[in-house]
Design a protein around this ligand. Structure first.
Ligand code: G3H
Ligand code: 13P
Ligand code: ZN
Length: 325
């Protein structure tokens, strides 16, 4: 049985990106794997009046079950509409879809947007796979995000990293031939909590805004996506380490750089690791300071509360999406 996102109260991302481009802000792409993360994200976005893209990775589908995830998203929509009296647009998006088949399965089960991540393929194979997804998705009014360039890994040699930045001379042809609705590019961000190797107190290197500007020149007004955009906020890393964690040297993208990107053609900013750090920090704190506690609600509850605060902070001060729903 196939399900359309339109029957679930979800939106695709087309209108969101149009408004974000005109308004000089970015839509948040927040990942979730469980109920507490989903609640914190949608309630935080409802309270700050922000449109939101709920992201589900392949790992999340394996972890939580794709049928359950769809019903959770449906429940989240109904909850914010009824209990929070909020009409914020909500997108359900497949993050880093690895094949046409995964994208199709998500579209058929009610996703309103999918990413086909062909960034590891050759240029021609990436175009072919992305185009195939676009044809299937657009016939159902579902948005598609493609990717060009590979996000740098901290283990890479510098020369290797440079060769993986998005090549601006490729973007126009890619967008034209595939018909994608948005494009993820690589300008120096990376996934996870260890994005840069810097000495204590040193600033991480700036993102490659020169590449972003070159891309914008070639596809003016086209929505750009930034992955790997967590800031790895030091207060949560410190809290984790204070209560038994070992995250030495974790560094992310400074928030002022993301704010700058959000004012440009960057219309979507993906944040997952920051949420993971907040949740882990609060759970560690409760378990360490209240050793007699064994009710999951007593440590998942404070984690959820802190995550909601983080979502509101990001929407208001980093993405600029607060009040734009
Ligand atoms: O881009 C990756 C996201 O942070 C999702 O991570 O594959 O561990 O769920 P995951
Ligand atoms: P972070 O690991 O920086 O949060 O990136 C998340 C992401 O890009 C999800 O697709
Ligand atoms: Zn990503």
């Amino acid at each position: 049985m196939t399900v359309s996102y339109k029957d679930l109260g979800l939106s695709n991302s087309r209108e969101m990106f149009k408004k974000a481009m005109e308004g000089g802000y970015a839509i948040p792409g927040y990942n979730f794997n469980n109920m507490e993360q989903l609640q914190a994200i949608v309630i935080g976005c409802a309270k700050s009046g922000s449109p939101v893209i709920l992201q589900v990775s392949k790992g999340a589908r394996d972890y939580a079950n794709s049928i359950l995830l769809r019903h959770m998203a449906m429940g989240a929509v109904e909850m914010v509409r009824k209990d929070y009296n909020s009409n914020i647009p909500i997108v359900l998006h497949l993050d880093h879809g690895d094949s046409f088949e995964t994208c199709k399965a998500c579209i058929d089960s009610g996703f309103s947007s999918v990413m086909i991540d062909g960034s590891a393929l050759s240029f021609e194979d990436n175009i072919a796979e992305t185009k195939k997804v676009v044809e299937y998705a657009h016939a159902r009014d579902v948005s598609v995000e493609g990717e060009l360039g590979v996000l740098a890994g901290i283990e890479d040699e510098v020369s290797h990293e440079v060769s993986h930045y998005t090549r601006p001379e490729e973007v126009e042809e890619f967008v034209k031939r595939t018909g994608v609705d948005s494009l993820a590019i690589s300008i120096g961000t990376s996934h996870g909590a260890y994005k840069f190797k810097v000495k204590p107190g040193e600033e991480p290197p700036p993102l490659r805004f020169d590449i972003l500007e070159e891309v914008e020149k070639r596809i003016p007004g086209f929505p750009i996506v930034l992955h790997g955009a967590s800031s790895v906020m030091p207060e949560y890393v410190e809290l984790i380490n204070k209560y038994g964690g070992a995250l030495e040297g974790a560094v992310g993208v400074p928030e002022y750089q993301l704010r700058k990107a959000a004012k440009s053609a960057v219309c979507k900013i993906n944040i997952d690791s920051d949420g993971r750090l907040v949740v882990t920090a609060k759970i560690r704190e409760v378990l360490a300071t209240k050793p007699k506690e064994f009710d999951p609600r007593k440590y998942l509850g404070p984690a959820r509360e802190e995550l909601e605060k983080l979502i509101i902070h990001k929407n208001e001060n980093v993405l600029g999406s607060a009040g734009r729903a």
